[in-house]
Ligand binder design. Structure first.
Ligand SMILES: *Cc1c(COP(=O)(O)O)cnc(C)c1O
Length: 412
């Protein structure tokens, strides 16, 4: 396996090498186990685990499903049940199930281009939307830049149609639309950014994005693969900011830890997908019955009351960390939205990528390694958000608090 892993972030390159490599043997509740080592897990499958590892309700439903066969390559009742639950919860009139967030966003862009007959796409610096060619484009910081690929192997043509604007920057957004609005197929945005650590934008920026898209005929795509169902009951963009997307992408929590993602939205747009319409998309494993059962079982556990409890616990975690940092004299801030949080080694939470980059990376690394030594696994990069689950309890909280006391001293 190149780099020894199947997804780059698992190499812990963001925090330097580990003293002992982490190879997970099993997971239960709030814990990951690596042989005899037990770690409080704040990675939670990069956000895909929210009920807790090996949740009894999810496990029981999976066991029952297993006996009915693991895949049919044909339509089945579970797809309809899932579509009904999701369309109600996330307010999506029509949806298509896929296997990964990457597939969902890639398809949403193709659909937007097919629907509008336009080519240009807008994304924002620090936004991650999976690894399809046209979306692997990051900005130079500061001013609006024309797309340049951020990976080898991306054709210049695929990147050139992607414009990158600074996140949370109203004037840059307006300037772009004045010049290119009429040629733009879609704007894709994480309504709360979670892939440059956690960044909460101004509501006015998102509202203006909606207005400019509507006026110019571009589609607004909410990439809620991370935030959807975790930082809101359904969509963050609608529930927190009162903004309605044309299309939304969900993943991670949507499959309760199994490979399941989806795109959905207005029927007039979604009907352009094959076989109803001319935009092609397909999947051998799409709507996999096991993934659907895990998703349904997870969403059943994830009631409004459970989500409120998760948000309270996550708030308390952030408060505790800020107190311990202050006691150790470390410049630090933290904030949360539902079951996700940002930890920043700077005095105030950041508002964009440049401010995230200004965090004290050395302090973060010392903190990360000290936490790990004390049995707490944080996301291994200062550009990742932290995730909590319903299984995180008083005991894991106490362990985290104790570890944080020592780790902030190490970071100071
Ligand atoms: C994780 C993520 C993706 C990609 O999902 P994969 O399942 O890893 O392909 C896309 N968009 C956002 C916002 C994500 O957090």
């Amino acid at each position: 396996m190149p780099g020894g892993v199947n997804s780059p972030v698992r190499s812990f390159a963001g925090v330097g090498r580990l003293r002992r490599p982490l190879v997970i043997t099993h997971a239960r509740g709030p814990y990951l186990h690596a042989g005899r080592r037990r770690l409080v897990d704040y990675v939670c499958g990069w956000g895909s685990i929210i009920a807790g590892h090996a949740h009894p309700g999810v496990e029981a439903r999976l066991r029952r499903a297993l006996a009915r066969g693991v895949g049919y390559g044909m339509s089945h009742q579970g797809e309809e049940d899932y579509a009904r639950v999701l369309s109600e919860r996330a307010g999506l009139a029509m949806l298509r199930l896929v296997n990964s967030g990457t597939e969902a966003t890639m398809t949403a862009l193709r659909l937007a281009r097919g629907h509008t007959g336009r080519e240009l796409i807008v994304k924002f610096a620090g936004g991650y939307h999976g690894h399809s060619d046209g979306l692997l484009v990051a900005a130079g910081s500061g001013a609006m830049t024309l797309g340049r690929p951020s990976s080898a192997g991306v054709p210049a043509g695929a990147a050139a149609a992607t414009h990158v604007l600074p996140y949370n920057d109203l004037p840059a957004l307006r300037a772009y639309f004045r010049r290119h609005g009429r040629r733009t197929a879609a704007v894709i945005v994480e309504p709360i950014a979670g892939n440059m650590n956690l960044v909460i934008p101004a509501a006015a920026w998102l509202a203006e994005m909606r207005r400019l898209c509507s006026r110019s005929g571009a589609l607004l795509i909410a990439d809620e693969v991370m935030t959807g169902l975790r930082a809101a009951h359904g969509l963050v963009l609608r529930e927190r900011f009162g903004v309605e997307p044309d299309l939304a992408c969900l993943g991670k929590v949507a499959g309760g830890g199994l490979p399941l993602a989806l795109l959905g939205g207005r029927a007039a747009v979604m009907r352009d997908l094959a076989p109803a319409g001319p935009v092609y998309q397909a999947g051998t494993l799409a709507g996999n019955p096991l993934a659907i059962e895990a998703g349904l079982a997870t969403l059943r556990v994830l009631s409004r009351a459970a989500q409120a409890r998760l948000a309270r616990h996550t708030a308390r975690l952030c408060e505790m960390l800020c107190e311990e940092a202050a006691a150790a004299g470390v410049a630090f801030s933290a904030q949360h939205v539902g079951g996700m949080a940002g930890l920043y080694f700077r005095a105030e939470p950041p508002a964009n990528l440049a401010q995230v980059e200004s965090c004290d990376q050395k302090a973060f690394r010392r903190f990360f390694h000290a936490m790990l030594e004390h049995g707490v696994l944080l996301p291994p990069s200062m550009y990742e958000a932290l995730f909590t689950s319903l299984a995180h309890d008083e005991r894991s909280f106490e362990q985290t608090a104790k570890a944080a006391r020592a780790a902030f001293r190490a970071a100071a």
